[in-house]
Structure formats: structure tokens, C-alpha cells
Design a protein around this ligand. Structure first.
Ligand code: TXA
Ligand code: MG
Length: 328
């Protein structure tokens, strides 16, 4: 058996070690305020290729480039706009990824061949310290096997990707769900992925933002963002969404069953063996969602039943992840 990826506490030495790996075209996992990222030098095709290989990520799914500040964001993009400036000034460092025309320093592989690139300044002190130490933009998807639940602790990364050369441990991620992705090359701008930045704040800056419908869509033709593909963020056992406390359909599902809910459900809870009660507010729910799915996965339940929250803009990011994790 090969050795597990080393998890190192953050120190000047471990940061220097991580920066040295990244400068020699190796990958390294690091914490962000959303989820853990698997970073590689965004200027190096060879380094970025390693991300796709390790994750088993399809080559048509582009990566987000992480930068230390606004000036570095401008160097990896072209056509920086006034709106980009306003969003960056208000929300960076933070969980907002902006899609802009890709600059010549960024190889096409980072963007899976697209002419655009997604960029963000993360708000985690360790991510920022690493970006400054390495002095390069870092392409970084979530540090998990493609299609599985994103990691919110260093241990989650280690379990999903044991071959990573180094994992910097920054403790559990504060926001627990991925960044919001907005396409600024569309007119009006378009929400590609609801995420940790509350939509109501984004709408204050972009009132005409195009929003996808709540319905699960399988559009014909090329997808606007491959992150919109269904069956993503999924635990290892089937996940079923329910809308109320009706135990009849749940009783047909394989047992033992896990239940994840933010409201009390007497009838369904009575026929589930492991219950994860999450907070009733969307931000607090999102912060613990992936951890709760990892915990249920560990309990060896044979299916996970989840109460789908009501359709409301504040719940969009959570509903999006649940719909993608669910068996349809
Ligand atoms: O919070 C986050 O965004 C985390 C942390 C590590 O920063 N990263 C993350 O990366 O979630 P990943 O690779 O798991 O998701 C990237 C998302 C995907 O939905 C992808 O399709 C979209 O961003 N994306 C990236 N570049 C794009 C582009 N040029 N055009 C459209 N969508 C893009
Ligand atoms: Mg991901």
C-alpha cells in the first residue's frame, strides 16, 4: 500500500515546502474559506495536467485560477471591466469567481480550451500566504476525486486523494460550499454556479443577473459551464430527495438509511438509522452540508435521504448541490 498524503500544520516551513513543490510543477492541497483546493502553477500546462490526472477530472471541465490580489487577477485576464472592478473591490478576498476573457499567460488547458478564465482571490489566510509565498497564480479545483463530495477538512482530502504530495491543514473550512461563479463575458452577466456568496449581495451589484431556473435541466448542445453537469458532489451511496414527512416512499429504500434534515421529520426519522440535523438557516446549513455527507458516508448507510429545502434564492446554492448529488 502506498503512503497517505502528508498533512502538515501551517508554519513558515510547511508554506515554504508547499511553495517549492508548486514552483517545481507539483500539486499541493490547501485550505480556502469555501472548500480545500488542489493547486498547481496556472502558468504551467504540465502542472495543470497533473490536477486533471489526480482528480480523474474530465478535460472539458475548466479550473478556477486563484490569485493574491486584484492586480494579479488583471494579469491572468484580458478585458477587465468596470463591473469586474466593482465586484472585486466589494467581494474580494472572498467566495466569488469571475469569468473573464483568458489572458495569454494562462494555457488553454486551465480553461479546458475555452477563451475565458475563472478567477478569484480566496479569503483564507493560509491560501493568501501560499499565493504570496509562491508568487504565481494557482489553478485549483476542489481537492477531491471528480464527482465526489468536496473536502472541507484536510482529512477529507487525504481520503479522497491519497497521492497528493502535501496537504496544508487549515482546519475546517468556514463557508463549507464552493464559490459563486459569474460569467462577466455574457450580457447581461450570468450566474453559472450559485455558491457561498449570498445571491442577494450579488444582485445588489448586478440587478439584471441572469439566473438559471430551479428545475434540473439537461439542455441540448454544449453546456454553458460544465459545472452544470448533473451527478456531481455525490456521496458514495445513493442520495434521495424528499419534500415532506411522508415515510411511505422512504420505507422502500435500502436500510440502514441516513437522514439529513433541517426540520424535524417524525415519520421519516423513525425509519432512518442515522440522523444528521443541520441548522435551519441556509448559510449555517451550507457550512456543514459536505461534512454531514462525509459523516453519513462513513457510517456505512446504504442510502441517504435528504429533505429538499424550499425554493428560495437564499437556498439556491444548497439546492443546486443536493439536486446534483441526488439520483434522478
Ligand atoms: O470555492 C471554490 O470555487 C473552490 C475553491 C478551491 O476555490 N474551487 C472549486 O473548483 O469549486 P471546481 O473546479 O470544483 O469548480 C469550478 C467551477 C466549475 O463549475 C467550472 O465549470 C466553473 O467553475 N468554471 C471554471 N472556469 C470556467 C470558465 N472559464 N467558464 C465557465 N465556467 C468555469
Ligand atoms: Mg469541485
Amino acid at each position: 500500500m502506498s503512503a497517505l498524503a502528508p498533512i502538515l500544520p501551517v508554519s513558515p516551513e510547511s508554506l515554504a515546502q508547499a511553495a517549492a513543490l508548486l514552483r517545481s510543477d507539483k500539486v499541493c492541497a490547501f485550505p480556502t474559506e469555501t472548500v480545500y483546493g488542489l493547486g498547481a502553477n496556472a502558468h504551467s500546462e504540465q502542472a495543470v495536467l497533473r490536477i486533471y490526472e489526480l482528480k480523474g477530472r474530465p478535460r472539458h471541465n475548466p479550473l478556477i485560477v486563484h490569485v493574491a490580489d486584484l492586480a494579479q487577477a488583471q494579469r491572468v485576464t484580458t478585458g477587465w471591466s468596470q463591473l469586474a472592478d466593482r465586484l472585486a473591490l466589494r467581494f474580494w478576498p472572498g467566495p466569488l469567481s469571475l469569468v473573464l476573457p483568458r489572458g495569454p499567460l494562462i494555457p488553454a488547458l486551465v480553461s479546458a480550451g475555452r477563451e475565458t478564465v475563472a478567477v478569484r482571490v480566496p479569503a483564507h489566510p493560509v491560501a493568501l500566504a501560499l499565493l504570496r509565498a509562491v508568487d504565481l497564480p494557482l489553478a485549483a479545483p476542489s481537492a477531491n476525486k471528480s464527482e465526489s463530495v468536496s473536502p472541507t477538512t484536510a482529512q477529507h482530502v487525504q481520503r479522497s486523494l491519497p497521492q497528493v504530495p502535501l496537504i496544508l491543514d487549515g482546519g475546517p473550512c468556514r463557508l463549507g460550499i464552493e464559490s459563486t461563479v459569474v460569467d462577466l463575458t455574457a450580457s447581461p452577466p450570468r450566474l453559472l454556479r450559485p455558491g457561498a456568496l449570498p445571491l442577494r449581495l450579488l444582485l445588489e451589484e448586478i440587478p439584471d443577473l441572469q439566473l438559471p431556473s430551479f428545475q434540473k435541466e439537461t439542455p441540448a448542445g454544449p453546456l454553458p459551464s460544465p459545472g452544470l453537469l448533473s451527478r456531481h458532489y455525490a456521496p458514495s451511496v445513493p442520495l434521495y430527495l424528499i419534500h415532506d414527512d411522508n415515510a411511505q416512499t422512504v420505507a422502500q429504500l435500502p436500510s440502514p438509511r441516513g437522514l439529513l434534515t433541517h426540520q424535524s421529520l417524525a415519520a421519516v426519522a423513525a425509519i432512518c438509522q442515522d440522523i444528521e440535523l443541520l441548522p435551519p438557516s441556509p448559510d449555517a446549513y451550507a457550512a456543514d452540508l459536505y461534512s454531514a455527507l462525509h459523516r453519513l458516508d462513513d457510517k456505512k448507510v446504504r442510502c441517504i435521504v435528504v429533505l429538499r429545502p424550499r425554493e428560495d434564492n437564499d437556498w439556491r446554492a444548497v439546492i443546486d448541490r443536493l439536486d446534483r448529488a441526488a439520483v434522478s
